[in-house]
Write a protein that binds this ligand. Structure first.
Ligand code: PHB
Length: 414
């Protein structure tokens, strides 16, 4: 009996050792630097902090309403990584991709798989706010760094913030609060508000209303179609009934393409001015919207036509590499990759000392294609300028043109 138990426990212990040893080789430097695996299991001395690949879990939508957003973020990341020889802190970068499927339960399951199954060093990505909210406790409790490349859920850099979470993109508040007063002063004293019926849509409209109502504006009605919708007919009819001077709406991805096309088709865009956070008429959907989008006002932290040396270089390189125009999502992916590379360069590739890695990442700041960016040390949310844009004809093409700057925007953090 005891013999059998001993044998079992010896076998289990050998299996554990083998597994750890394999991990030590696969993860290279991380394990070696921790000094735990090299001596007892004799990992080769050539393994240094910078020798094993950095395992980067990339969790993004590769299906449904935000599929293109996920593709664009990935393309932006790949472009940046290729530009630095696919190395961060001397380690090669291995991307492990998973589809968040715009479903918080799926995102959580995939996040757990990346952390527990693949042993990733860092997770990057997330487009939909509910996915970010779903992943918060998992990354916090497992002490896994999460670099958010899009999802704007306010809480992940407010009440539910974590030292392990950095957001390179925006908070939902950031994209909509600054334009409220501008919209009152320059476009309409009263309007209809609308959005996809989920966390990001409601947070956007709440932030817009916060400044618009304070300026004296009046919201005559609110309409919330479901996320991942195809037929906007009934919702457009509801909007027309309220006879608004203007509509301020949040839709993104294929929802934005369909809403604008159908709002034009049913005549709403002849009756009311169109505005919203820039995702509504961003470069991923403009080709489908075409002339229907002309004249739309939006606020966003980037535009394809921004004439800065950094943006000219980025948009040119992106076009050359992918044979299509960059989008705000591509830019966010590009910057997410840069944040990871710069933090890793600062730690010499070490991802095991979390406190040091967090400190290095918090200190990253640079002039992005969107303009200067840094992290708010309190919240780890990005600090950046917000622009006012309008869809105009640029030569033979149709693009967003920046014509106003709402100033540097920092989320209030509470
Ligand atoms: C979000 O869910 O936070 C979200 C999704 C798409 C966008 C912006 C925000 O374009």
């Amino acid at each position: 009996m005891r013999k059998a138990e001993d044998a079992r426990s010896r076998r289990a212990s050998t299996a554990r050792m083998t597994r750890r040893r394999l991990m030590g080789v696969a993860l290279g430097g991380a394990a070696a630097v921790a000094g735990k695996l090299t001596e007892p299991f004799g990992a080769p001395a050539v393994l240094t902090a910078a020798s094993g690949p950095l395992k980067l879990g990339v969790l993004l939508p590769y299906s449904k309403v935000y599929q293109q957003l996920g593709e664009d973020i990935t393309s932006g990341m790949v472009l940046y990584f290729e530009g630095v020889g696919s190395k961060a802190g001397g380690r090669s970068i291995a991307m492990i991709r998973e589809d968040e499927e715009i479903d918080p339960q799926v995102a959580l399951r995939k996040g757990r798989k990346l952390i527990e199954g693949d042993n990733v060093d860092i997770i990057a990505g997330l487009v939909a706010s509910p996915s970010a909210l779903a992943l918060r406790d998992l990354v916090h409790n497992s002490k896994t760094l999460l670099v958010i490349a899009n999802a704007g859920a306010n809480a992940v850099t407010r009440a539910r913030r974590s030292p392990y979470i950095f957001r390179v993109s925006f908070s939902n508040w950031q994209t909509c609060y600054p334009i409220g007063k501008w919209f009152y002063d320059n476009v309409a004293r009263s309007c209809l508000a609308g959005a996809s019926d989920y966390a990001a849509g409601h947070e956007d409209i709440n932030a817009f209303k916060e400044s618009y109502l304070a300026a004296g504006g009046k919201v005559v009605a609110e309409v919330y179609p479901p996320l991942n919708n195809t037929d906007y007919g009934p919702y457009v009819a509801q909007m027309q009934k309220a006879k608004p001077e203007a509509v301020f709406v949040f839709f993104a991805g294929s929802d934005a393409a369909r809403f604008v096309t159908q709002a034009a088709q049913y005549g709403l865009l002849k009756e009311a001015r169109l505005a919203g956070p820039g995702f509504l008429v961003e470069e991923d959907v403009l080709p489908a919207q075409g002339r229907d989008a002309l004249g739309a006002y939006s606020s966003l932290h980037w535009a394809l036509t921004l004439q800065t040396p950094e943006n000219i270089a980025f948009t040119r390189a992106y076009r050359e590499r992918w044979k299509r125009d960059a989008t705000v999502y591509a830019m966010q992916g590009y910057d997410t990759a840069r944040v990871i590379v710069e933090a890793l360069n600062a730690t010499g590739g070490d991802t095991t000392n979390k406190a040091r890695l967090i400190e290095a990442m918090a200190a990253v700041k640079f002039v992005s294609p969107r303009g200067p960016i840094s992290f708010d040390p309190e919240t780890h949310n990005v600090v950046q300028a917000m622009y006012v844009r309008q869809v105009r004809e640029v030569g033979k093409a149709i693009h967003n043109v920046v014509f106003g700057n709402l100033g540097v925007t920092k989320d209030p953090g509470t």
